[in-house]
Design a binder for this molecule. Structure first.
Ligand code: G3I
Ligand code: 9MR
Ligand code: ZN
Length: 548
């Protein structure tokens, strides 16, 4: 079999296909003329069987062929499906990945004007009851459904928003594409229109004292029905410090990003961020969240809120330039947590990125000593990011299907790890200009889009052999055969927890193949807002890397 990026390749990209059969030569044929336009030698990779995939593999490298067109690869008797080489190869993928957020909107109807055939009624708009005070009724409507389930969770939301907003901060020109959503053409980029839908809900999750509810959801997950039929009562679950700190961080970040477009909204976000910061100061000890007994919706457990507080301090420092935030962030920086992680329970990377990118101190009147301390911290952060990116390059070079993953990295949502490493590599490129980082970042996308052991494209509606049955209630219950395009599946997980995954995957399945495209497999094939978001970051970066 020939494993390759089923969307295709940018003209000047490194282009490696992986073969699992022996052949001496490979050929690239022009799809229209049938002519061979390129011939190369098949190279063996590694010695014997690769542990992560269980395969013996060969590489076919056609990087020096750069002409745009449609092609088929052939090695021996085996042919690939057709694919393109084109500068615009990632454009539609970027749009669909971003439009997935519109399809996750809660608390409104999706109409055919923007949703086409994937319409549904207004959902989850009844008042929510705080668990600690049943007499209160709150309007917590809006935002995005988290995933295949209908819960709305603050730490997950903050993570998705952070990936999306940082993509906009770093390469805004690639995120101005219209998305055909209800707010389109209002003068604000659609990415920000879509994120505002989530932020507007997020603001409702804050209590008057600044504490933020960890989540709003029903008591149990709904059955596999459309969202408007999920009418079970909604609850505002307990306040947690990870949720409160993430809230402070992401509203502070958003305040900066939205300021040029809407001063009033930016001010509202800033005040909300400061209120949550006060709550954190008044509650220096961690308030962790665990599901109350009997309740079964997502938990998003996190037993260390230091990295969330670090992120909040960093964003508030970037927003206000006030030294008190720097004091907190620099003291938290010295604590033991990852400074490059970009996930829902580990947010140190967002904090580090905020501080690194925002030399607010240059504008403020700080004593020399402070300035030195800040420069020192920025340098440390740069070193950490580059060390993480270098580690990704090492992992990638050892991988039979080139991807920055070790054998042990295939957990629930492994495709997020792949895409987050893509982000670290892009940061490596942006910080240094060294193209080796960009090259390996693109390999992460090649993996997601088909150059993996299953020859599978993990994004719905794209590629020639791709995800058809994600664990997602709307996609299951809408009665439409083709899934909504643009959803990233969680991907291989060597510790499957769902029934089908546990029983149908043979024991000793190699990590990279521990996957089933089955509706029931929530630990292998669910979708979430924070698995799509790093894929948006990476795809949007490459959409526009080779200018037309
Ligand atoms: O990272 C550790 C690793 O260090 C450890 O060795 C290994 C041992 O099993 O576990 C790894 O952690 C796993 C973690 O995902 C990695 O991301 C946990 O086992 C695994 O249980 C955990 O799964 C999480 C899952 O909820 C169950 O709590 C997923 O990350 C998380 O994305 C998922 O989130 C759900 C929401 O609860 C509800 N909505 C859908 C969403 C996606 O499935
Ligand atoms: O659909 C739920 C999915 O979003 C969650 O990630 C997963 C783990 O919390 O749970 C899924 O719901 C299942 C529940 O946990 C157990 N009964 C079957 C539910 C649907 O398959
Ligand atoms: Zn809803």
């Amino acid at each position: 079999m020939i494993h390759f990026n089923q969307i295709g390749y940018l003209p000047h990209a490194t282009k490696i296909a992986v073969l699992t059969h022996k052949a001496d030569h490979f050929f690239l044929c022009d799809r229209r003329t049938g002519e061979n336009v390129y011939e190369g030698i098949v190279q063996p990779f590694g010695e014997g069987q690769d542990a992560t995939s269980g395969d013996i593999v060969f590489h076919a490298d056609f990087s020096d062929f750069c002409a745009e067109g449609e092609y088929i690869l052939r090695a021996g008797e085996i042919l690939s499906a057709p694919f393109s080489i084109s500068k615009t190869i990632y454009h539609q993928l970027k749009i669909d990945l971003l439009r997935s957020y519109y399809f996750q909107r809660c608390g409104c109807a999706l109409t055919s004007a923007h949703a086409g055939k994937y319409i549904h009624g207004c959902c989850h708009s009844t008042p929510a009851t705080p668990l600690d005070d049943p007499s209160v009724k709150l309007d917590l409507s809006g935002g995005w459904h988290d995933a295949g389930d209908y819960g709305r969770y603050v730490t997950a939301a903050a993570t998705a928003l952070a990936h999306l907003l940082y993509a906009f901060v770093l390469f805004p020109d690639r995120l101005l594409t219209p998305l055909d959503i209800p707010e389109s053409s209002n003068g604000t980029p659609d990415l920000l229109n879509e994120c505002r839908y989530e932020l507007t809900w997020l603001l409702k999750m804050q209590r008057a004292d600044g504490g933020v509810f960890h989540k709003v959801s029903t008591w149990h997950h709904a059955p596999f029905i459309m969202p408007e039929f999920d009418t079970a009562p909604l609850f505002a679950y307990a306040v947690s410090t990870p949720a409160t700190a993430d809230f402070a961080a992401v509203t502070a970040l958003a305040s900066r990003v939205y300021a040029p477009f809407d001063k009033v909204f930016a001010e509202k976000l800033k005040n909300a961020a400061l209120r949550s910061w006060d709550f954190l100061e008044n509650h220096p000890d961690q308030i962790a969240f665990t599901n109350p007994p009997g309740s079964g919706t997502g938990e998003y457990g996190d037993f260390c809120d230091r990295d969330e507080r670090f992120w909040a301090a960093a964003e508030l420092f970037s927003l206000t330039g006030e030294e008190k935030f720097f004091d907190v962030l620099s003291s938290l920086f010295r604590e033991e947590f990852s400074k490059t992680a970009l996930g829902y329970a580990s947010t140190g990377g967002f904090g580090a990125l905020s501080f690194y990118l925002n030399p607010v101190f240059e504008k403020t009147n700080l004593e020399n000593l402070r300035q030195q301390e800040m420069n020192f911290l920025r340098n440390e952060i740069r070193k950490e990011f580059l060390a993480a990116a270098d580690h990704c390059i090492t992992l990638n070079s050892k991988s039979a299907y080139p991807v920055a993953m070790s054998e042990k990295d295939y957990h629930w949502g492994s495709n997020m790890t792949v895409m987050n490493r893509g982000i670290l590599l892009i940061l490596g490129f942006l910080f240094t200009g060294d193209k080796k980082y960009r090259e390996v970042a693109l390999a992460q996308l090649d993996y997601l889009l088909g150059r993996n052991a299953l020859g599978f494209c993990y994004v719905t509606g794209h590629g020639t052999h791709s995800c058809l049955h994600p664990h997602m209630r709307t996609i299951f219950a809408d009665g439409i055969e083709e899934p909504i395009p643009g959803f990233v599946s969680g991907g291989p997980n060597m510790h499957p927890c769902d029934e089908i995954g546990r029983h149908q995957l043979p024991a000793n399945t190699p990590p990279m193949k521990s996957y089933l495209d089955d509706y029931a497999c929530y630990s292998l094939n669910e979708v979430t807002i924070y698995w799509n978001s790093p894929a948006v970051f990476v795809t949007a970066f490459f959409d526009g890397e080779e200018k037309e």
